[in-house]
Design a protein around this ligand. Structure first.
Ligand code: CP
Length: 304
């Protein structure tokens, strides 16, 4: 009898929440909260992960690294600026190389929307999307869902407004889709020139819906993806579209403020509101570690 074990690893790419069923998403939310409570063991001694960030990051990169440490994984350091990417190596060749040398999973942030299509077809190790251009940001979306579920215990019937620079926002794209699937009433508030019909949201004025919303989800004005000064001054944007100190007073009882960060203080939100009692901005970041533990766990075939 041939007793050799085939070295087939579970491959569970995590590139968009659209590829997961609602049952899978809910079970990842619950699993994230179990990690937060310390209920699940770190099962991954000896597993290795490379974090490939072709765009800058504070939260996503560091919280994936923290999640990897909590799970007893080892990070294989990868720095785009000192890698052979600078010699013209393609993304696929870089990833295939890391697979060949034994890396078990790849976390990738890349400026090109949908960069992962070739990778998920051809690689035998999981690709975990840390943000693809203006495409999607599924790990941010999962941590946002964990934060909302922790607060309200449901998504059904919640009124959520996604506000700001929608057209450039991968966070908005991921959250609009999954929150609607989960039964929330989701609307968008943005300047006309930053609106994106493809998200399938109804466009509203923030002042008209502020008092009915359970969640005000603000988006960063992405200065690096357009020239805001051509359209608004920062002060004009803040007054017309931002969450001002005056607007917070008109929010519904129990309603919360979210923002994926980094934040442009006094542009999309008044600086004094970032740590307001309604703000969940730093709790979102904390939940990001547990959500990413769940993502790594699923990708590497751990407990469910
Ligand atoms: N929210 C978010 O993706 O932040 P970073 O760009 O710092 O990772």
């Amino acid at each position: 009898m041939n007793t050799m074990q085939t070295n087939v690893k579970p491959v569970k790419h995590f590139v968009s929440l659209d590829t997961l069923s609602l049952e899978e998403i809910m079970s990842m939310i619950e699993e994230s909260l179990r990690y937060k409570q310390g209920d699940l063991p770190p099962l991954f001694d000896g597993k290795t992960v490379a974090n490939l960030f072709f765009e800058n990051s504070t939260r996503t990169k560091n919280s994936f690294q923290m999640a990897e440490r909590h799970l007893n994984m080892q990070e294989i350091p990868f720095d785009v600026t000192t890698s052979s990417v600078t010699k013209g190596e393609t993304l696929y060749d870089t990833c295939k190389t890391l697979e060949a040398i034994g890396v078990d999973a790849l976390v990738i942030r890349h400026p090109e929307a949908g960069y992962y299509h070739e990778l998920v077809e051809k690689l035998n190790i999981p690709v975990l999307n840390g943000g693809d251009g203006s495409g999607e940001h599924p790990s941010q979306s999962l941590l946002d869902l964990v934060t909302i579920f922790e607060e309200f215990g449901t998504f059904q019937g919640l009124n959520v407004a996604i506000c700001g620079d929608l057209v450039h926002s991968r966070v908005a794209r991921s959250n609009a889709s999954v929150l609607k699937r989960l039964g929330a009433n989701v609307v968008g508030c943005s300047p006309a020139s930053w609106w994106d019909d493809s998200m399938g949201l109804e466009r509203k004025e923030l002042d008209d819906i502020l008092g009915e919303c359970d969640v005000i989800m603000l988006l960063r004005v992405q200065h690096e993806r357009h020239i805001m000064g051509d359209v608004f001054s920062k002060e004009a944007y803040h007054t017309q579209f931002g969450l001002t100190v005056e607007r917070v007073e008109r929010m519904k009882a129990g309603a919360i403020i979210m923002h994926p960060a980094p934040v442009n203080r006094d542009v999309e939100i008044a600086g004094s509101l970032i740590e307001h009692e309604r703000s969940r901005i730093f709790p979102q970041m904390k939940n990001g570690v547990y959500a990413r533990m769940s993502i790594l766990n699923r990708a590497l075939g751990g407990q469910q």
